[in-house]
Design a protein around this ligand. Structure first.
Ligand SMILES: Cc1cc2nc3c(=O)[nH]c(=O)nc-3n(C[C@H](O)[C@H](O)[C@H](O)COP(=O)(O)OP(=O)(O)OC[C@H]3O[C@@H](n4cnc5c(N)ncnc54)[C@H](O)[C@@H]3O)c2cc1C
Length: 291
């Protein structure tokens, strides 16, 4: 069924890096929910694999001394949903995780694989964009850190150097403390469907004023994206129904969705505008704003 030539099991991240160096054609497999589909489709680039699924050092969620939340890349979505740290501090990531696939997929699929596959529909991506998540990557030359917004290079392409493993995501204290968010996925059906549009909003308010505002989308362009013009336009404005309308109007200028068999560009733009309002409204309610 699978044209698999090699499957090397790595016990540690360092061993995974070594196996990748010794087998230049090999690719990583974590949960395999994307890789095995490609392999089944006969895609030859996945016929040599280095399996990182059982590496314990990639499976953790912790709060560091500097209060950063650090999520191991090997965390599967069902564990992210159950995590008290995520539930308490960044519930929008639980919402993203809950919206992904069905229970079997969530038991296998990792957050690392969701980001490294480079697709615009990745449900965890928009929330991580609004949280200014930093990716920690380990390779032959040591460890480097890169903001998630710089990681996506194009459809299906990410900034992973040769022999590198994404080990964790870091969300610094200043990027989640005092923020309220929401992830809203619009799909053609409620379960087991890829997002037609995914929208994450993360915001901070003070005395009825929007002090910080971050909005990101999946499937609104070739890669997940933040809407920087909208964000700049609405910061420091008074929370109101008119502000929601302004966000919906402005956001159209930031996005560039395409027509596909799933939905037309025009339909996606309508959904993008509507989700901006719904996700912002929910986040504002969580922030205790009444309007
Ligand atoms: C039935 C079904 C439904 C699905 N529904 C959804 C959905 O609703 N939303 C959604 O976003 N996705 C969905 N997916 C896609 C998939 O489940 C996710 O993208 C998942 O998070 C991928 O994680 P994985 O661990 O299975 O990755 P894998 O398939 O193991 O790997 C994916 C890619 O990432 C690379 N990679 C994996 N881990 C690392 C790492 N630590 N460092 C560097 N590279 C790495 C691999 O080499 C590969 O290129 C669905 C898939 C299936 C089969």
């Amino acid at each position: 069924m699978f044209d698999l030539k090699k499957n090397i099991k790595a016990e540690t991240v360092d061993k995974a890096i070594k196996h990748l160096a010794e087998n230049p054609d090999a690719k990583l497999i974590a949960g395999g929910t994307d890789v095995l589909i490609k392999l089944r489709q006969g895609k030859s680039e996945y016929c040599e694999l280095v399996d990182i699924h059982d590496i314990d050092e990639l499976k953790f969620i912790r709060i560091d001394d500097d209060k950063s939340i650090v999520i191991g890349s090997g965390m599967v979505f069902s564990k992210i949903i159950e995590s008290d740290i995520i539930k308490k501090h960044i519930p929008m990531l639980c919402e993203a995780a809950e919206s992904l696939g069905g229970p079997q997929v969530r038991n296998m699929a990792t957050i690392g694989g969701n980001i490294c596959n480079g697709v615009t529909s990745a449900d965890s991506a928009s929330s991580l964009f609004t949280l200014n998540a930093i990716l920690i990557l380990k390779g032959e030359d040591g460890t480097r850190e890169i903001p998630i917004s710089d990681f996506y290079l194009g459809p299906g392409r990410v900034d992973l150097k040769k022999c590198e493993v994404l080990t964790a995501f870091k969300i610094t204290h200043d990027n989640y403390q005092g923020y309220f968010g929401h992830y809203y996925k619009y799909a053609m059906r409620d379960a087991m469907d890829i997002a037609t549009i995914g929208c994450a909003v993360c915001l901070k308010t003070k005395n009825g004023i929007l002090k910080d505002y971050r909005i990101a989308y999946g499937v609104a362009g070739p890669v997940p994206m933040r809407c920087r013009e909208t964000e700049k336009t609405v910061i420091n404005k008074k929370v109101s129904k008119d502000l929601l309308d302004e966000i919906a109007k402005t956001v159209e200028k930031d996005v560039n969705p395409r027509t596909s068999w799933r939905a037309s560009r025009e339909f996606r733009i309508n959904i993008i505008k509507e989700l901006s309002k719904r996700a912002t409204k929910k986040a504002l309610k969580r922030a205790g704003e009444k309007f």
